[in-house]
Ligand binder design. Structure first.
Ligand SMILES: Cc1cc2nc3c(=O)[nH]c(=O)nc-3n(C[C@H](O)[C@H](O)[C@H](O)COP(=O)(O)OP(=O)(O)OC[C@H]3O[C@@H](n4cnc5c(N)ncnc54)[C@H](O)[C@@H]3O)c2cc1C
Length: 473
């Protein structure tokens, strides 16, 4: 079926594929590949990625009908259709007294979409790490016919765990599950990053926020517990849903749009927000409820950068200096003390007032080839920390954010080897990715075996991952 325009969640990616298809089962996927042999093919899940990952002018396959779930008899893993949304999988698992080993901030993504870009939460590996087997539809190297392959061990599995769709169409994933658990959480203000990190051993699942303009830290201290859910857990949920997910975000949207006035944003973060955060309210609830929020309620755009623990403090100082530089045009034209001369080569053209808390999460190293926390050597690697920068400005107001995100991504990559989330706004040039991912060459060789003619790549991925000029087919 021909399709009109396709947009992603953030509406920063819009394109018109030549063909749009929604196969009902694995065999219809093979049939589609046979029918459109020789044409470029991409797959989409829930379209929540902000990068160009799903873009194509060729065939776009939606996995919305591939949603079957089957628990393995040993209850250690589950086989899931690629298009099953995490929220449906989590609901199914909950009925069995089980859950996923890791979850991000939302559960709207499909299992294949989430793992294709290394989606993660805090304190665990990314979801990709837990994949045990992938069933892939792709073109056979010799016959060029579409076939299924099962990737369940060695480097092929490590490539398939986070592949951005470059090996072919994933139709089913087998992923590890664990028994359901509860999390105890409380929030606490901190004067410095060192003070938050001191609590990490006690609260291994914690994440924290750097508040722009007050530059204070708020730790969401979390750990697994065997305690029962708190009596007031429902009140805490209500506070989060109405107070944080709705009210706080509506205020931020006003500050990012109608009242986009630096003084107001500063006053909000310095004087208003601290009074609304309830510190030390200790609550226990089930992991899914504590870990996810209604973060996809309002459209926004995000860039997320990953650094090693040894670079975290310097990277946060750098981010703070960049935000201040962008926030004050006159200041931006001189070199802030904490930035090197090279960092400030950009003569910032746009105002950009950062207006959202900067979320920092710890992610353990993944046994993958390409996810953002895949290390050179699994045994000797440090944890990674992701740092998120979100803008709630409307589509026509985003040029300042894009300039900010570009400057930040490039300077953080140069200074701290920072990697960019594959599923978020990702402006890093191809040359940077080649240096950042030690297993990229190995990944390319594997991708060539499963997709010898690079039919499953788009222009962005050809350049940044496969070292193929975008115009070549
Ligand atoms: C509000 C919001 C909150 C988010 N929170 C987090 C978070 O907490 N942590 C985090 O790490 N990320 C987060 N993300 C990013 C998100 O998890 C990723 O962008 C994820 O890839 C989106 O999944 P999707 O199902 O929407 O996939 P899509 O955006 O549709 O596709 C993403 C990639 O997966 C590929 N793909 C999808 N299905 C298949 C398949 N069957 N076979 C082969 N390739 C496939 C696509 O080709 C594309 O390359 C968030 C995004 C949003 C919008």
């Amino acid at each position: 079926m021909a399709k009109t325009w396709v947009h992603n969640f953030g509406k920063n990616v819009s394109f018109k594929p030549a063909i749009f298809a929604e196969p009902k089962n694995d065999h219809e996927v093979i049939e589609l590949l046979r029918q459109h042999r020789g044409q470029p093919v991409r797959v989409m899940g829930s379209r929540h990625a902000w990068s160009d990952a799903i873009k194509t002018g060729g065939v776009l396959i939606s996995t919305k009908h591939l949603t079957q779930i089957e628990l393995k008899p040993d209850r250690q893993s589950v086989c899931v259709g690629a298009g099953c949304k995490l929220k449906h999988l989590l609901k199914f698992l909950k009925k069995q007294g089980l859950t996923l080993p890791s979850v991000g901030l939302i559960d709207e993504q499909t299992i294949a979409g989430a793992t294709a870009t290394g989606t993660h939460g805090s304190g665990k590996h990314s979801l990709s790490h837990y994949i045990r087997r992938v069933r892939l539809a792709h073109y056979d190297k010799t016959t060029k016919e579409p076939v299924f392959s099962e990737l369940d061990s060695g480097a092929d599995l490590r490539a398939a765990r986070c592949s951005l769709g470059l090996l072919g169409v994933i139709v089913e994933i087998e992923i590890e599950v664990r028994s359901a658990y509860r999390i105890e959480e409380h929030t606490k203000r901190h004067p410095s990053v060192a003070s938050v990190l001191e609590l990490e051993k006690q609260y291994p699942l914690q994440q924290f926020f750097l508040m722009p303009w007050s530059w204070e830290f708020y730790g969401q201290h979390r750990r697994e517990t065997s305690a029962n859910s708190s009596r007031l857990a429902f009140l805490y949920r209500t506070y989060w849903l109405f107070g944080i997910d709705w009210l706080l975000h509506l205020v931020i949207i006003l500050l990012a749009g109608f009242f986009y006035i630096p003084r107001f944003i500063r006053i909000f973060y310095q004087q208003v927000l601290p009074k609304t955060i309830i510190e030390n309210w200790l609550v226990t609830d089930d992991s899914h409820t504590i870990l996810t929020m209604d973060h996809d309620r309002f459209r926004h755009i995000e860039i997320e950068l990953f650094v090693n623990r040894s670079n975290l403090e310097a990277a946060l100082n750098h981010a703070r200096a960049t935000i201040i530089s962008f926030g004050d045009r006159s200041k931006a034209r001189t070199t802030p003390a904490s930035l090197t001369k090279d960092d400030c080569q950009t003569d910032y053209q746009q105002h950009y007032y950062h207006h959202y808390p900067i979320c920092v999460r710890r992610i353990r190293t993944d046994d993958t080839l390409l996810s953002m926390t895949s290390p050179a050597d699994l045994n000797s690697a440090e944890d990674w920390y992701s740092i998120s920068f979100i803008s709630y400005q409307s589509l026509h107001q985003r040029s300042g954010f894009f300039e900010f995100a570009n400057a930040l991504a490039i300077s953080m990559q140069e200074n701290f080897n920072a990697r960019c989330h594959w599923g978020k706004f990702n402006p890093l040039p191809p040359s940077a990715n080649q240096n950042l991912y030690p297993h990229l060459k190995e990944f390319r060789e594997i991708a060539k075996r499963y997709d010898p003619e690079s039919r499953f790549a788009n222009d962005w991925l050809k350049e940044s991952m496969l070292d193929i000029p975008p115009s070549a087919s």
